[in-house]
Ligand binder design. Structure first.
Ligand code: SAM
Length: 278
């Protein structure tokens, strides 16, 4: 019996290691181009993926008054859109990624202002959602740069995903994570375990805002790097949140229109889950 359990744990570890090895080929520039330029980021269309995500995040932070001291984003990748609303409601924002290339891309924009990717249309759009003039985007950029205190290495497969001492356990008031867990886990049990690991970072009563892919089996992380994804459905998202002890407060779903399928993945939809740790 114990041998069976050890064999199954070893198999799981090997499967996680295989996904980790694929990530060595992740190309931040290609990933940004595939997912964060039109048609997926077309701010003139409300049925484009990025405006939908920004709207969900904006509503959660403003209408539900989610605020506090520390906001932590898990698996940030090379992207910043996911904290553009939240940065106004927290004193401190912590970004994180498994890969140094992504942490360095974030640092380029945040610390040196030298990124090749232009986040200005995103900043303008979020200002408009907040009822401000789009010309306030520079203030928002400054706010974001001033509240991000850390860009940490993270591994969601570890019981405590951050390096020891980087952040006290249960110290986050809110966690955000977008398109990370399902694209770094070999199967649904690993996805659920990763969610349980994230919970160790969040204080009791804190919020989790989880965005992810539905029905996706792979995505391209570079022209020749195909990363397998756990194809989730809404019921599995709800079940994983429930079994890991989260109270689900909202689940919204976006279905991709045919022109959003641009040949870089086979995603069918996107979910936005707002949950609370009791
Ligand atoms: N959050 C970004 C977004 O919304 O586009 C990036 C999502 S990207 C699909 C998945 C991210 O997970 C990558 O940036 C990758 O480096 C990171 N990642 C890979 N393995 C990981 C792990 N074991 N723990 C945490 N993050 C990981």
């Amino acid at each position: 019996m114990q041998e069976d359990r050890m064999e199954s744990e070893n198999r799981q570890e090997r499967a996680v290691a295989a996904v980790e090895a694929l990530y060595r080929g992740f190309d931040p520039e290609a990933y940004l181009k595939y997912n964060y330029t039109p048609p997926r980021a077309d701010f003139s269309r409300s049925d484009s993926i990025v405006p939908w995500k920004l709207n969900c995040l904006h509503k959660a932070f403003s209408e539900d008054a989610i605020k506090g001291d520390i906001l932590v984003d898990i698996g940030s990748g090379p992207t910043l859109y996911q904290v553009m609303s939240g940065c106004e409601h927290f004193n401190r924002v912590v970004l994180s990624d498994f890969l140094d290339v992504n942490r360095s891309e974030l640092r380029k924009w945040l610390k040196d202002g030298q990124s090749n990717f232009d986040w200005t249309p995103y900043l303008k759009h979020v200002c408009e959602l907040e009822g401000r003039s789009s010309s306030a985007w520079e203030e928002k950029a400054e706010r974001l740069r001033s509240v991000v205190t850390d860009i940490l290495p993270v591994n969601v497969h570890h019981p405590f995903p951050f390096p020891p001492g980087a952040l006290p356990a249960s110290s986050a008031d809110c966690l955000v994570s977008s398109f990370c867990l399902e694209s770094v886990s070999p199967d649904i049990s690993s996805f659920t375990q990763a969610l349980r690991n994230l919970s160790s970072l969040l204080r009791s009563g804190g919020y989790l805002l989880l965005i992810g892919a539905l029905g996706e089996s792979f995505y391209m992380a570079a022209p020749d790097v195909r990363i397998p994804v756990v194809p989730l459905d809404e019921a599995q998202v709800c079940a994983s949140l429930s079994v890991t002890g989260f109270d689900l407060l909202q689940l919204s779903v976006y279905r991709l229109t045919p022109d959003m399928l641009v040949g870089v993945d086979d995603v069918k939809g996107v979910f936005f889950a707002k949950a609370r740790k009791p």
